[in-house]
Every structure is written in structure tokens, then in C-alpha cells.
Design a protein around this ligand. Structure first.
Ligand code: GLP
Length: 256
């Protein structure tokens, strides 16, 4: 696991964008796993600014709220369209986001897994992290082997996300999310976290025991994970000096 600590969310997002740009250079037909929430918005802004070629890129989003139409202002379809897709030259048929209006949710979820497999698997999965350690919408106690499925949100997550909906009551109770097992199948994982409200979850994920109580700690089982965090989100980590030392002493070929 690599931890890159940057002074600000902007600087961290630039590092993340460079890692994605490198992937596109090495593999123009890359398969990218994408995240939503507020955290990756700066990354998407930076990717748009870089004017990368998305012509052959395929994307799979982590999750969506059950019951929301794609044009609902708080849907992840809408967030992705507004912040990324309508600004880049990606083909609409290469964009995949769980369908919050699927009639048969288990069947939809199986199909989503099959689409990821048929696309050759995810080369790089972008993640945020919830204050309770959730990745995608895999709340604490999610199976570490879980696949794409329906989940019920915790009260904490509904509270955290209320600002997207105007009130806590308006936040859907159910979501469709890739599972932790689905996420761990990605070849590379890039997790972004900003702010001191994320510090405890980040420390638990990187330095805590692997536990379903902090779903992001499952990333310790993956061979190629990079956390890119700002100073505030790194503030509870114990080995920050070591992480900085590693970053400053990277061999040239490893630098983005
Ligand atoms: C949301 C999303 C996650 C996201 C997390 C943090 O509910 N489902 O993918 O990483 O919670 O959100 P934010 O970036 O807004 O803090």
C-alpha cells in the first residue's frame, strides 16, 4: 500500500490525475472504475483540463441510489455527466453506471458483474471513502468477498449525504454498489480522501486491522493500492514520516 500525502485536495487531485493520464498513455483502451461523492470532483475537473483522449476508454461507476432517475440532480448519473462525461470525448456506450431504476435488481447486478468481466476487468478503480470507512456503498459489516448487490445505507451515511438532497429524509435508503470483492478484482486502486473528518477512516484503512467494520481496510489485501490524501486526512496516520520518505525517494521509473 502506498500513501501519498499532499498539502491540499487540489495538489492530491493533480497527482491522481497524472496517474490516470499515465494509464491512458500506456493503455488507450483502459477500463476505469469511477467514484462519486464530493471527493473526486476536483480530480474530474483536472482530467477535463488535461484534455485526455477518452475515445477508447470504458468506465464503470461504483454505485447508484435505488429509485433515482438518471436526471435526478442528486443521482450519480447526473453527477458524472455534469462533472466529467459531458466534457470529454467518451462514447456513451462505453459508460456504465448502476441503474437505480432496475426492475430486477439481483439480475441487474449479475449483469453488471458480467459486463465488467466482458470488458476485460477494471485497470484502475478510483475510490473515495466514507467517514465510516465505506468504499462504494459497502457499509461496515459488508462481506469482504461481496459482489455487486443492493445495500441499505447506515444512518451516518444518509446524514453525510443529506446535503446532496436538501434533507436527510430525502436520501434513499437503498443503493446498488459494486462489492468489496468486485473492487478488489481491479488491477490498480486509487483512493482519494480529503479533510480531517476522513482522518480516522483513512488511518483505520491503512494501519488498522483488516475488518469488515472498516470496509476500506480490505484494501490491505490488494497488491497495488495508492492512497492520495491531503494533510488533514493524513492527520491520524502514525507512519506519515515513512510515507513521505517513500514518496521522496521513489525510483524515477515509478514517478507519475
Ligand atoms: C458516498 C459514495 C462513496 C464516497 C463516499 C464519500 O456516499 N458512495 O463512493 O466515496 O460516500 O463521499 P464524499 O466524497 O462526498 O465525502
Amino acid at each position: 500500500m502506498e500513501v501519498i500525502i499532499q498539502p491540499t485536495p487540489e495538489a492530491a487531485s493533480q497527482v491522481a490525475a497524472r496517474l490516470i493520464a499515465r494509464l491512458f498513455r500506456e493503455k488507450p483502451a483502459a477500463v476505469l472504475g469511477l467514484a462519486t461523492g464530493s471527493t473526486p470532483v476536483l480530480l474530474y475537473r483536472e482530467l477535463v483540463r488535461m484534455k485526455l483522449d477518452w475515445q477508447r476508454v470504458t468506465t464503470f461507476n461504483l454505485d447508484e441510489y435505488v429509485g433515482l432517475a438518471p436526471d435526478h440532480p442528486a443521482s450519480y448519473h447526473h453527477l458524472m455527466e455534469e462533472n466529467l462525461f459531458r466534457h470529454v470525448n467518451i462514447h456513451a456506450e462505453n459508460v456504465h453506471i448502476p441503474d437505480g431504476q432496475a426492475q430486477n435488481i439481483p439480475e441487474f447486478c449479475q449483469g453488471y458483474e458480467a459486463q465488467i468481466r466482458a470488458g476485460g476487468g477494471i485497470d484502475l478503480q478510483v475510490l473515495g471513502i466514507g467517514t465510516d470507512g465505506h468504499i462504494g456503498f459497502n457499509e461496515p459489516t459488508s462481506s469482504l468477498a461481496s459482489r455487486t448487490r443492493i445495500k441499505t445505507l447506515t444512518l451516518e451515511t444518509r446524514r453525510d449525504n443529506a446535503h446532496f438532497f436538501g434533507s436527510e429524509d430525502a436520501v434513499p435508503r437503498h443503493v446498488i454498489t459494486m462489492g468489496i470483492g468486485t473492487i478488489l478484482d481491479a488491477r490498480n486502486i486509487l483512493l482519494l480522501a480529503f479533510g480531517d473528518h476522513k482522518a480516522a477512516a483513512v488511518a483505520g484503512a491503512v494501519e488498522g486491522p483488516v475488518s469488515a467494520m472498516n470496509p476500506a481496510s480490505a484494501l490491505q489485501l490488494h497488491p497495488l493500492v495508492t492512497f492520495v490524501v491531503d494533510k488533514a486526512a493524513a492527520s491520524v496516520l502514525r507512519k506519515t514520516e515513512y510515507y513521505r520518505w517513500v514518496y521522496d525517494n521513489k525510483p524515477n521509473w515509478q514517478r507519475a
